[in-house]
Design a protein around this ligand. Structure first.
Ligand code: ACO
Length: 432
């Protein structure tokens, strides 16, 4: 049966076409609405607006489903590596052994930074947030690697260069912020082990690579690799729609990810748990602050625009946290507090009524702490993981014949037309 949507405005009927996705999702196509009726739609935060057709990630927020290119996140987290998942997202298919080897070779070859780029780091103030440094460095790559992208090439060297160098740039930002010497990438190490080594190797105590931590980091980055049209990905698509180069577009995505309502939530969660641990702030107080409409505090790591049930990534993250901590024979009091907080929130009528469940950020900070990653690097870790998603979404967008420059409309609510008043006639302003 062909579905028809009728819109009646002042007694006049307008037929609107319906678009259906491969998993049965439906959308009313309003592209001709303004021209035909003079009306636009109003949807702050784009909660009900589809801005593109996408074949990358499927999520069902009611059922807690997440799939990359059709593969369930649970299977990828169990069997895949971050590099393989990145290849899958960008090209649409899992790599053959030969393709995976070639990808790893490129990732190794591209890992060192241009010597002149290193000079930038020295001029940042000592406590500069690594997220700001990272977005500036990625933007600067446009000047150092200006080659054009051949969109015919599936796994273009520009994508590989970005994925490889972001890891070096992130580790370098951390080392310099600590006043420590920079550790260069090693070609004998895989992507995740290389990152951990660049972060933590030391002349006095050489870093010992732990295969459990390497696996945990792979899973952490797989879980963050894409999440369809979220805030930072939308920033990437909007900026990219103006035909901006890929480096500047990704840099915009990194900036969008920084905020505590999005990628910065993992840092906010750990700050919140630490406050409960050290300041005598109780779980009960935390929940009542989160519920108080006059208090800007939120229960960080809870709630999601799309998931109205448990975020499937949070389930995996919680499991990985438990495994990583027990293998390392370490106890983290924050994990115990997080579990108590989760139990209390899941049994609280406010959170139940609003369908607020833990999201990926609720447990991710605890896993990062277990790896020794400092809190101000948490959002940077998220950015490294999300990079393959941003690249795939950008690639899909620029190749899509339906895409136009992003340019939403608005409902103007300011003053109506009025005449200019010469300064001598304006009287005393109340605002000084
Ligand atoms: N704590 C307390 N109340 C909350 C929370 C929370 N974490 N999240 C939502 N609510 C309440 C809101 O106050 C609102 O209440 P109201 O209907 O009485 O006004 C209702 O639930 C709906 O919330 P919105 O903010 O309208 O939902 P939205 O979809 O716009 O926001 C968001 C989603 C930003 C994730 C929100 O849940 C939030 O701020 N969570 C905390 C921050 C966080 O964890 N962010 C990470 C998200 S995952 C990611 O980006 C990787």
């Amino acid at each position: 049966m062909i579905e028809i949507v009728k819109l009646v405005i002042n007694g006049k009927e307008h037929i609107l076409p319906v678009i259906e996705g491969s998993e049965g999702e439906k959308a009313i196509d309003i592209r001709g609405l303004r021209q035909e009726t003079g009306y636009i739609t109003f949807d702050p935060g784009f909660g009900n607006t589809g801005t593109c057709r996408s074949a990358i990630t499927y999520m069902d927020g009611e059922k807690g489903i997440l799939r990359y290119r059709g593969f369930p996140i649970e299977q990828l987290a169990e069997h895949s590596t971050f590099v393989e998942t990145a290849f899958l997202l960008i090209t649409g298919e899992l790599p053959t052994r030969k393709e995976l080897t070639r990808t790893s070779v490129y990732l190794n070859d591209f890992s060192p930074l241009h010597e002149n780029m290193k000079a930038f780091y020295q001029n940042y103030p000592p406590k500069a947030h690594p997220m700001g440094i990272l977005s500036a460095m990625v933007n600067a790559m446009r000047s150092f690697y200006p080659e054009l992208i051949d969109l015919e090439e599936e796994m273009n060297t520009t994508y590989l260069r970005l994925i490889s160098k972001i890891r070096t740039m992130a580790a370098m930002a951390y080392r310099i912020s600590q006043g420590e010497r920079v550790v260069y990438p090693r070609s004998d190490l895989c992507y995740c082990a290389n990152f951990l080594n660049m972060m933590f190797d030391n002349v006095v105590v050489p870093y010992k690579i732990d295969s459990d931590l390497v696996r945990a980091l792979n899973v952490f980055w797989i879980l963050h690799a894409d999440h369809e049209q979220n805030c930072s990905t939308t920033a990437v698509r909007v900026v990219g729609s103006g035909k901006v180069n890929i480096y500047s577009t990704i840099s915009a995505g990194i900036s969008a990810l920084w905020g505590p309502l999005h990628g910065g939530a993992n840092q906010a969660v750990v700050n919140m748990l630490e406050k409960i641990y050290s300041d005598g702030f109780t779980v009960k107080e935390c929940l009542s602050k989160a519920k108080d409409k006059n208090d800007p505090f939120r229960l960080y790591g809870f709630g999601h625009r799309v998931y109205k049930t448990y975020d499937p990534r949070a389930k995996i993250m919680k499991k990985i946290c438990d495994i990583a901590l027990s293998k390392m024979k370490r106890k983290d009091p924050l994990l115990e507090i997080a579990k108590r907080l989760e139990d209390a929130a899941l049994n609280d009528s406010y959170f139940k009524e609003k369908n607020l469940y833990p999201n990926v950020d609720f447990y991710s900070g605890i896993l990062l702490r277990a790896m020794g990653i400092p809190v101000n690097m948490f959002t940077v870790m998220f950015a490294i993981g999300r990079l393959p998603g941003w690249i795939s979404q950008w690639k899909e967008d620029v190749a899509d014949p339906e895409m136009r420059i992003s340019r939403p409309r608005q409902i103007y609510s300011g003053s109506q037309k009025r005449d200019y008043i010469p300064i001598k006639d304006r009287g005393q302003s109340v605002k000084q």
